[in-house]
Write a new protein. Sequence first.
Lengths: 300, 470
Amino acid sequence: MGRYIERAEFYKRYCMVEYFSALEAPMAEHQDFTLRSIMYMSGTDFDSETILNEREVFQKVLFDASNPHSVYYMVRHVRENARGIRNNISSELWESINKWFIFMKDRGQQPFHSAHYYTFFETMRFHVAMIKSDMVHTLLHNDVWHFLNLGMYIERSQQVFKIMRSKISDYHILSNKGENEAMLSFQFHTLLKSLEAFDVHQVQNRGFMMTHATIFKLIISNQDFPRSTNYTLKKCHQHLLRISERPEGYSAVAESLESSLSQLESFKEFDNEDQVIQHIEDSNNMITNIHHDIVRLFFQ
Amino acid sequence: MLDEVIKHLKSGSIAYEKFFELLSQMNMQEFKSLSDLAKLSFLNQGVTYALYDKNESVEQIFPFDLIPRIIDGPEWDRIEKGMIQRNMALNLFLHDVYNEGKILKDKVIPEYLIKSSVHYCRQMEGFTPPKGIYCHIAGSDLIRHSDGEFYVLEDNLRNPSGVSYVLTNRIAMRKVLPDAFKTIPVEFVSDYTERLLNAMWSVSGRDLGDIFCVLLTPGSFNSAYFEHTYLAQKMGIELVEGRDLVVEDDHVYLKSIGGHIRVDVIYRRIDDAYIDPDVFNPDSMLGLKGLMEVYNKGNVTIINAPGTGISDDKAVCAYVPDMIKYYLDEDPIISNVPTYICHKPEDLQYVRENVESLVVKPVDMSGGYGVCICDEMTIEERQELLRKVEANPRNFIAQPKMLLSLHSTFIEDADQFEPRHIDLRTFTILGANDPYVLKGGLTRTALIKNSLIVNSSQGGGSKDTWVIKN
């Protein structure tokens, strides 16, 4: 459930930032590029030869019940998961989740025009904020809560790496097409905004020019920023350590996570893009392994 | 009177055509709901300004109109060149009058006019700020007359405000009318704060990474406080009040819980009179004691430099075309509104004889305050005004009544679109690198029918300004 909540939130945020940022030139003439980026990021299949239509893209990525990568699909799974553990979660949390589901269902059945986009994304933000607040304030911070958080942080770290990879790739596609510098730096602004990290970056780098290295450093290694990958993985480790149920093999999984963490924390090559890409791939593999280990350990 | 929308539509402006085509796809109710959405966006972002009523300040949303003002690329190019030319000349003028005073010795501008300006700053005499930049940020108010040409009405070189509205207007427009930006190639404005920060860095005299900039605000009761907080946040610099700073060992420091941090650049949003009680108003609680001494030793940069306000003096502003000719040997690209300087006997005589057709203004007031539109006054009021002018001619200028252009604006009370007068405030940044003019600026709208006063403090509103890419 934690993973679906987090993933839905990330997709929503990526759609919103990509779409509205693209309206500000220099991206205005690159609508198709933006829509493709949204489709790739969500993992939704499409014919790469076709010209994308904005409404169809949002229908598929946000509301398509048959698309396992749509936000609606995820929200539905959050609700089903919540129903399955209804006795372990609070009424407040359940209601917030159910309201979110009803909102998504209703919205998907109504015409969805560009004038509605911003309000829709803002409302989504409120729903997610309410759910996360209920998780913190209305649940016992017991094993259920630790599992919810474990899922949330595992998902967050993967989504952060995914967005980074996607924007690095967008940057190179546009660079190869000979786009100007404003257009290229715009991709990295979007990366920061997709993670709601733009302001944090400004504060962290007072008196310094924004560079790819300053951005990578913040997103990968900052220990205080809740969307940096090192922060999220550290949180995974902390929640794993606080789970009271300890089946056979628990210690090995916890030690493996700890050792992977220290390996990731040693990464400092932020000004070497090839190394950053390699780090993203290695980290992703590591996170996938952690996920499998946890599923095997506790649920199989 | 020139209606900009009609003029552009007649000349086949594709951008206006596309915009109105988009509007035609919605009914009035849909339009109003978008307008409400834009207002909500401002309210939620805290985009407000304070109006003073007796002892109380009341926060207001700056009225915003959804119909943008559109300026074609080639026309904008001319404005941009004109603003760069104007502000380069003003910068050279400021350096000259505070140093050699050549333009005064050559009697291009009367020395008395400069030295008697309330904004003349003796502490700047013989001093050159870092990189020779005085007016890092300039706001010039332009109007478009019935001949279709833009004219400069006045310059604001002290603390030009309004740029935050340009940036937030655009954000609101993108939220509520995203389709318009897909079909109309509008120049972007979002790089303003980055440009401003780069300009601040460029005059800091220190290496990147070591530079510490602050925005000095008078505090939350100031009418532009939203703008101060917004710009500081967007640039990632500290928002400070005078009491947060201290002078020690000939440097300015920010007091912080982790110790003192050396300050290199102060973007002050406080008038000269209040920045240093040691030098200016001794009762000032807003500024920093000892700041000017540190500044004169070259240990901190103040943006804009103290003393730039002499250019805001409306009598001095009238000489900007002469400054352009004198320093750059060029003709002004954008002309001034013709101005009669009451200090000049021949101009005063003209004002006496033609007062009913003129607009008389005090030289040192802003925000539309003190402006007398004489054909709207009674004979007795005009006579009283002339008595004031005769008593202190240095303090007044007069201009012909230039009818600001009109633009279609949605008037809520009338529930329909009506033409309203507009002007344009441009924002120019001068740093050590290339000058920059924000592509758009703030279009201010007089919301009262036939009113020529567009200032927010007197009930004006604003529109997003779209410069179309060439």
